[in-house]
Ligand binder design. Sequence first.
Ligand code: 4AD
Ligand code: MG
Length: 462
Amino acid sequence: MKRSTVKELFTAPEINSKVLLKGWVRTRRGNNQVAFIAVNDGTIIHSIQVVADLQSFPEELMKRVTTGSSISVIGKLVESMGKGQSVEIQASEIEILGDSDPEVYPLQKKGHSFEFLRDIAHLRFRTNTFGAVFRIRHALAFAVHQYYNDKGFFYLHTPIITASDAEGAGAMFRVTTLEPDGAPKNEDGEVDYTQDFFGRPTNLTVSGQLEGELGALALSSIYTFGPTFRAENSNTPRHVAEFWMIEPEMAFYDINDNMDLAEDFLKYLIRYTLEHCQDDLEFLNKMVDKGLLERLRFVLKHPFERKSYSEAIEILIKADKKFEFPVEWGLDLQSEHERYLVEEHFKRPVILTDYPSIIKSFYMKQNDDGKTVRAMDVLFPQIGEIIGGSQREENLDKLQNRMRKMNIPEDELWWYLETRKFGTVEHSGFGLGFDRLIMFITGMSNIRDVIPFPRTPKSADF
Ligand code: 4AD
Ligand code: MG
């Protein structure tokens, strides 16, 4: 007999048919005549109720139907009298697939704290909240590919191990096969990386952008979607050492085209979730963040505010609010500043452009004022920066000048520079932090709770 998922039973029920169900017991209630067993198989947020007449089953068997155990049930699918559930199963056969000792199973009670659940990340998938979060995470990953495929972008697999240290996005994790002690040394007493696996120092990538640009300057429009790594010691609810980023890169796009794409893309993903993940979003809206659905719909309805960094600095200086970090033209914006602009001043997502060149990467297109570059950051409520991007410097001389000023070795990036030497064109791109997007869309306030097994300083469990 073919197994039916809970999702199938709820969405296309064949009333009075005989069904086979497999799943994990969430709760068990009842009296000495009948047991009501809530079974969940993760295919949908709802559990299905299995009704077992205790006279029809051996006591020894029924004792083993406890929270956390896995069972297989054959029975008749009937309309449910209970409120809030459309169908239930009248069990005729029950088999225990795996016992779960109620004395030690850690997910007995409802309402465990997210901190507690982080320590049992191998089991937290079995809670309603994490089931919802990870189903939504899947749906959004799928939607990303759908969006770009429909637009004619090509998915480009940029390398995860890289030898270039030039993006300047953050500290890197070294990749080596040399032993920490006993690594071969050169004449100066330094580690001799010519004897390392790749014959040179290598790292985990902080971004696929530079290679993405090479693709875009031939294929017109590409995107990457993969893991990126940053060895910064940031202990915040928005930073992890391993995160997923989507980086579209487009030839023949200027900064305005880039902003239009970023806004359209974000709105598409929000709309997609509202359309495809209704049950999970409603659960999160009820249990995790009461303003969630309203916030998502609000973002869809209004155009993002587009302002320059300089205008933002003026607003922040005039703000009648005390910030922890200083506000001054030339200093980078901190999360508190970004959130003030979005949540209190404009009350909607904001795209800031034209940042001081001194705080931005070497590859950003230089403006004629000699002070700013054509950067764009998209700032979101609750999150702060969700996207970072720019128009790229396509002029070889200007790019080389800036690299020299910033002490970026040209010989390491000879391949990047050649795209400016041979048939250079205007182009732009950005990076969307996938995990921060999931935070925004699920209302979860800590990035550790939207990644199955998060990696943070001093923590790489599971
Ligand atoms: O602003 P970032 O550093 O930009 C880049 O890496 C560019 N190369 C992107 C591009 O233009 N192609 O990072 C982009 C986004 C941020 O806006 C943020 O959402 C996310 O990546 N991000 C992080 N997410 C989680 N943990 C971290 N440590 C993150 N650092 C950046
Ligand atoms: Mg950034």
